[in-house]
Write a protein that binds this ligand. Structure first.
Ligand code: MF3
Ligand code: CO
Length: 297
């Protein structure tokens, strides 16, 4: 891709490396850039330098992630039947700010709350409300994103309340399994499409579908960074994975068709077209030298 090519022309062998290690380019990332360039010449999409985080940046995202995990653990402890989604929002706001973080959704593109809560046929971006009371048999996705010292982390979990229908439980479990199966494909020199196909195949084998229009994203220095991460593309396609990339894995798994629509009134909440339930788990993951590191879960 242009980024790698430009960088290779611009940086001299003896110049300091772009990664801020302080080492000379030729003994640092030069061979790495050349390898990426070979993939680009074969026609693959490859990451530009701004999509590759330094060790220090990953450390920052790891610290932010610790808050994100603690907030989800806090919600897990308190969530119960009869609680409104507004109360979940309060739990998230309080825990995040107590730990020195900022809830990333609050005010993001005008989003009015600190967390997304998506119940049953809501696919994602549900807005907490005191009118929405969790009831026996509901499934709810709580999607928490945190800013800490300028670094962003993003993860979500499903919660099942009371007696959830066994077919709905299976949906929630399969969505979780999709994430594990996707994770197995995360390693340097694989493609995002390898992960996508593994996830999509597993969903399809169970009779489910994966939402096409909304996916994951790079994350860390901003809430949503490049690349867009699809979970319906094919093996060998999409962007090359290289060490230092940080992105989310967050496939939305629908029990019925993959079709969705957005709530006209609030402009945010995404629903399944057929009204059947949807489940989603999300993690933030870093590509390492030999595989992956899950930063939030
Ligand atoms: N974690 C969600 C995502 O990455 C957050 C959505 S943005 C919000 O899609 F403003 F709705 F929070
Ligand atoms: Co996300």
């Amino acid at each position: 891709m242009p980024g790698a090519r430009k960088a290779m022309k611009r940086i001299g062998r003896n110049d300091p490396c772009w990664c801020m290690s302080g080492r000379k380019y030729k003994v640092c990332h030069m061979a790495f850039d050349e390898k990426i360039q070979r993939y680009a010449l074969e026609g693959h999409m490859v990451p530009e330098h701004h999509m590759i985080k330094t060790k220090r940046q990953i450390e920052g995202i790891r610290e932010s992630s610790k808050i994100n995990i603690a907030v989800l653990d806090h919600v897990a402890e308190k969530i119960q039947i009869g609680m409104s989604t507004e109360e979940i929002d309060q739990l998230v706001y309080e825990k995040t700010t107590q730990m020195g973080g900022i809830p990333a959704p609050l005010g993001y593109d005008g989003f009015p709350k600190s967390v997304c809560t998506s119940v049953n046929s809501q696919v994602c971006h549900g807005i907490p409300s005191e009118k929405d009371i969790l009831k026996d048999g509901d499934i709810v996705n709580v999607d928490v994103s945190t800013i800490f010292q300028g670094y962003f982390s993003d993860s979500s979990r499903m919660f099942m309340l009371g007696n959830v229908a066994s077919e709905t439980q299976k949906l929630v479990e399969t969505a979780h399994r999709c994430l594990e199966i996707g994770l197995e494909q995360v390693k340097p020199w694989n493609f995002l499409g390898d992960m996508a196909q593994a996830i999509n195949d597993h969903a399809k084998e169970n009779g489910y579908s994966i939402v096409r229009e909304i996916g994951g994203h790079g994350v860390g220095l901003e809430f949503h960074e490049e690349p867009f991460v699809s979970y319906v593309t094919e093996k060998g396609t999409e962007m090359l994975m290289v060490p230092g990339m940080v992105f989310t894995i967050e496939p939305m798994v629908n029990m019925g068709s993959a079709d969705i629509y957005i709530d006209d009134d609030n402009g945010w909440t995404v629903y399944t077209e057929d009204g059947l339930p949807s489940a989603q788990w999300e993690i933030t993951v870093a590509v390492t030298e030999d595989g992956y590191e899950v930063l939030t879960w």
